[in-house]
Design a protein around this ligand. Structure first.
Ligand SMILES: Nc1ncnc2c1ncn2[C@@H]1O[C@H](COP(=O)(O)OP(=O)(O)OP(=O)(O)O)[C@@H](O)[C@H]1O
Ligand SMILES: [Mg+2]
Length: 453
């Protein structure tokens, strides 16, 4: 079996004019593209789901949909060239306005088609690379690790030490402390800094997709795998792969990851040949992996591999002196686009420092952004603008409840739920995770509460 590293770009041609569709498709196939066709929008939709095309050629008028109306959502996922009837310049202009990269008047001239497709595809492959950075790349300001406290100074020093080596790094810390920023900083401090940095969230990806996401798959590896796909390990070749929320990884994947870490070898899904990885792994979690090992929820051997070098990111309550800097930083990041600068009143900053921040830097950021909004036209953010955020909850977040009678299970549920919902830093998804139930069931509980209360 030959392994070529570059796959053919895939194009989906959607046009109900069967002759034209055939002509364009066979022309594009000859030009070296992988081509699929659809004659209706419904058909196109199901193909889109599994094909992830690099480009769609879309007829403006389909039997079951208005191509123009479908554009805005379609261009979110891939570039689109609109096919319009000859002479309908108005339609073409509409298409471009709605995000099409180009338009072609029918009947399509093959040379014009070649050129338009080439241009659109090269833009598309650039965009794909950028997708991997999307989570990081909001703005330069957003990547800075702010903080001058001794705890942060120690952390920076450790990043400086471990960064340049190829050692696997495990980043531990509570939710919202900045683990993702630390991971990016490790990459920045390494000799791989100008290579790819790929981030993968082990918590949100579906298990079955995850394996192919990480290791890639061969054509035909499973239903719908109609072309080879590179995994993140391959995309991150020479660079860094960040495995976020590693505690959520399934047992079978843990085993496969362990193999990569130990031997550097891995296989694409459905592949028969070992590939060699040269990627540096950085992992993060807010869970207690050691305790998970004790309960058999995480492989001990993987834990030891990962924890070759551990970076602990301290909770915000242990570096309260960083709060004014962070508060300034978040305000500046927000005001950057507005060319206006707000100031903190000393009392407001003091109030911020007088709180234990169970949601850490993320919670602080949310409060800052809300306060900036609430303060409206005012140049200064004052205590009143902070709203009623809880000051000084019990340190270390205790969850003790007392009842003046032996409580029923429902009463305990209700009290605990109310408490979690009152912690504004938590999303519903996080609460569901804390409770160990699905989000659906959480909403059911919340609704039951509303009905009863
Ligand atoms: N030291 C810091 N300087 C500037 N921004 C920070 C810092 N620490 C965290 N942030 C910001 O706070 C937010 C939360 O950080 P991040 O997403 O890295 O948390 P996390 O540790 O990964 O949390 P979780 O475990 O919930 O995923 C982000 O918006 C991040 O940019
Ligand atoms: Mg995170």
């Amino acid at each position: 079996m030959t392994q070529s590293s570059s796959r053919k770009p895939a194009i989906l041609v959607v046009d109900d004019d069967a002759t034209l569709n055939q002509l364009m498709s066979s022309h594009l196939r000859r030009a070296g593209y992988e081509v699929e066709n659809a004659s209706r929008w419904s058909e196109a939709q199901s193909l889109l789901g599994r094909l992830e095309p690099d480009l769609v050629l879309l007829d403006a008028k389909l039997p079951d949909a208005d191509g123009l109306a479908m554009l805005p959502s379609l261009v979110e996922t891939c570039p689109v060239i609109m096919l319009t009837a000859f002479g309908s310049i108005d339609l073409a202009v509409q298409a471009i306005k709605r995000g099409a990269v180009d338009f072609l008047a029918k009947p399509v001239n093959p040379d014009v088609l070649d050129l338009a497709v080439k241009r659109a595809i090269s833009a598309s492959s650039m965009r794909r690379r950028y997708d991997y950075y999307r989570r990081q790349a909001t703005s330069a300001l957003d990547k800075t690790l702010v903080g001058l406290s001794p705890a942060m100074a120690r952390l920076r020093k450790m990043i400086g030490i471990v960064g340049p080596s190829d050692t696997t790094v495990l980043i531990l810390g509570e939710s919202g402390v900045g683990k993702e920023l630390v991971a990016a900083a490790v990459h920045q401090a390494s000799a791989r800094a100008d290579q790819n940095y790929v981030a993968i969230d082990c918590a949100t990806l579906q298990q079955n997709l995850f394996e192919s996401e990480l290791f890639g798959h061969e054509r035909g590896a499973f239903t719908g795998a109609d072309r080879r796909k590179e995994g993140l390990i391959e995309v991150g070749e020479g660079g860094t792969a960040f495995l976020d929320e590693i505690g959520e990884m399934s047992g079978s994947l843990q085993a496969k990851l362990l193999r990569v870490l130990e031997t550097g070898h891995y296989r694409r899904l459905g592949g028969t040949k070992d590939l060699v990885s040269n990627v540096r792994f950085v992992a993060a979690t807010n869970r207690d992996l050691r305790a998970m090992c004790g309960k058999g929820e995480f492989r001990e051997d993987l834990y030891y591999r990962l924890s070759a070098f551990v970076l602990h990111v301290p909770p915000l309550r242990e570096r309260l002196e960083d709060i004014p800097l962070l508060a300034e930083h978040f305000l500046a990041a927000r005001d950057f686009a507005r060319h206006a600068r707000k100031r903190w009143s000393p009392a407001a900053l003091e109030a911020l420092m007088d709180y234990a921040w169970p949601g850490n830097v993320r919670e602080l950021r949310n409060i800052v952004e809300r306060a900036a909004l609430v303060s409206g036209e005012s140049d200064e953010i004052r205590v009143a603008h902070l709203g009623d955020f809880q000051r000084r909850p019990p340190p270390g977040r205790q969850y003790a409840f007392s009842f003046d009678h032996p409580p029923t299970l429902d009463e305990i549920t209700e009290t605990y739920l109310a408490r979690l919902l009152a912690e504004r830093s938590r999303s519903r998804a996080e609460i569901a995770q804390t409770l160990g139930i699905s989000e659906r069931n959480l909403y059911r509980l919340i609704n039951a509460r509303r009905r009863d209360g």
